[in-house]
Design a binder for this molecule. Structure first.
Ligand code: R5P
Length: 313
């Protein structure tokens, strides 16, 4: 029997592409809604099946999270033999520790909620924090889209390009891209002042006169990229900027902000649905995540290892 994909509503095109790649029909799954907004999902014929609920917790993050939880519970109560939560983009992963007294560790709350709703295991692509795995009491498979993104950007970056980590959290990511592309690295020291506000304290590395490739796990408001381009410009760099990230969370206005800041090319996967590009000055390239997800699902279904797909840091 083939694996059964249960598509949530957060990214139906990706779930459909996963099914195409697997040569499998998706489960019939209706998400009704009460007039007050309460979700009421109904899944059909999941009894006795090895089920993969595909749902990135993309914006609106909390609504998609609740929908995922309800789908997992519906599959468990519907008699699925094994349930995998496939969360290509895992929202709340940035809250993996308390920075201030009084905060929650939201990432842990979310993985625990998935488990108690019925997930037997979790599949995530390039999570903001690899600590997610340690937080999870169920097996978590952390996949990476880096090889496919690196291959996409390699085609089209100029000689002498410097790979830029827009904050210290992206330093290792920048090193991996630089190793794949035979490039050097520059590091921006960023401080986050709020959800949509950051400040740059310093930049280390030789950037003057050189094209830049800014790498990150996700782009949300775009302020991190904007600040990094500003720091590059202040040191004579920042021309011909390409941005590469796995998750284009892209809240309204983000693409415009990045274009205004001077980025000319953005390379993303479609773990989160990429909005229409309204900026003529910005080229957006999308690397489909479905082949990676389908390969992982197919191997997990056959109880085979995920060598070559996993994020290794
Ligand atoms: C933060 O540590 C992440 O890696 C990203 O740099 C950040 O979440 C991007 O968000 P924004 O686009 O809102 O700056």
């Amino acid at each position: 029997m083939t694996p059964l994909v249960v598509p949530g509503t957060a990214n139906r095109p990706v779930a459909a592409a996963v099914c195409d790649a697997l040569g499998a029909e998706p489960a019939s799954c209706a998400i009704d809604q009460f007039p007050d907004g309460e979700l009421r999902p109904v899944v059909d014929r999941v009894r006795g099946r090895d089920v993969y609920v595909v749902q990135p917790t993309a914006p609106p993050v909390s609504e998609h999270l609740v929908e995922l939880l309800l789908l997992l519970d519906a599959c468990r109560r519907g008699g699925s033999t094994r349930i995998t939560a496939v969360v290509p983009y895992f929202g709340y992963a940035r809250q993996d520790r308390r920075l201030l007294e009084g905060q929650a560790v939201a990432a842990r709350v979310c993985v625990e909620a998935l488990r108690s709703a019925g997930a037997d295991r979790l599949v995530v692509v390039d999570p903001h924090t690899t600590a997610l795995e340690a937080m999870c009491q169920m097996p978590a498979e952390l996949l990476t889209a880096e090889p496919l993104l690196a291959a996409a950007v390699a085609d089209g970056i100029d000689p002498g390009t410097v790979v830029v980590a827009p904050d210290l959290g992206a330093a290792k990511l920048a090193e991996r891209y630089a190793a794949a592309l035979g490039a050097t690295v520059a590091l921006v020291q960023k401080t986050r002042l709020g959800g949509g506000k950051v400040a740059v304290r310093d930049l280390a590395g030789e950037v003057s006169g050189r094209p830049s490739l800014i790498v990150d796990d996700m782009v949300s408001t775009g302020v991190t990229i904007e600040a990094a381009i500003g720091a590059l410009r202040a040191r004579g760099g920042g021309r011909g900027v390409t941005v590469v990230a796995t998750h284009g969370v892209l809240v309204p206005g983000a693409l415009e902000r990045i274009a205004r800041a001077g980025a000319r090319r953005v390379v993303l996967t479609d773990t989160v649905r990429v909005p229409a590009n309204t900026s003529a000055d910005l080229a957006i390239e999308v690397c489909p995540a479905a082949p990676l997800l389908a390969d992982a699902i197919s191997r997990l279904h056959r109880d085979e290892p995920l060598d070559g797909l996993r994020l290794v840091i």
